[in-house]
Design a protein around this ligand. Sequence first.
Ligand code: PRT
Ligand code: MG
Length: 216
Amino acid sequence: MNNKLIPESEGIILAVSKGRILDQALPLLERAGICPKEDVNKSRKLVIETTRAGLHLVVIRPTDVPTFVEYGAADLGITGKDVLMEHDSSDYYEPLDLKIAKCRLMVAGLPGVEVSNNRIRVATKYAKIARDYYAKRGIQAEIIKLYGSMELAPLVGLSERIVDLVDTGNTLKANGLVPMEDICEISSRLIVNKAAMKTKHALIKQLIVTIEDSLR
Ligand code: PRT
Ligand code: MG
């Protein structure tokens, strides 16, 4: 591809997830000496230059980050492990755990609501993760895919359980739900396009080392 805004010879593109990951990624990048040249929350520009020569940022939805990186539209990306697990591909490297935007992926539900192992409905944004989790336990769960407000599902009888991210537990509590099973810990990761790791090795390696140093 030659019709790109940023010629390959002129640097690398880092795709950062919008929202809460961005809020925590910006201070981390700043510690690594990388500052966007515009206010990423206000700018209407989609490609933002940084104080690190040759490093451009694109700020996109968390779920789009692995896609951009796999196709090489971005050389690197920052997104949640939950997003990567659900995306389920190995078409990129995952060299760093950035230890930001931490939370846990959990099964939750209304207290006292028992379920039988062959009749359980689970509402979640994480259909693949939930399917794998129950399959591993030999439980035939009916997975109901939602795009948000998972906590509502048990309250209105859509499902007996939800699989969702939990941080403080306040959201569950506010809705009368309780955490029931721990699936795994989540944090944001740095991912890298496999081809770019070869063709732009020096630039990318330097950047990984700089970010890794700033984690300490
Ligand atoms: O809009 P789009 O669907 O693209 O993204 P989004 O709205 O999911 O983005 P955003 O900004 O919420 O960021 C999501 C990413 O942040 C996730 O993919 C995780 O990697 C990370 N993260 C870390 C979290 C949380 N902590 C978190 N607590 N994402 C969501 N939550 C939600 C959770 O879903 C629940 O509704 O916060 C609520 C629980 O928080 P507590 O503190 O009440 O337990
Ligand atoms: Mg959102």
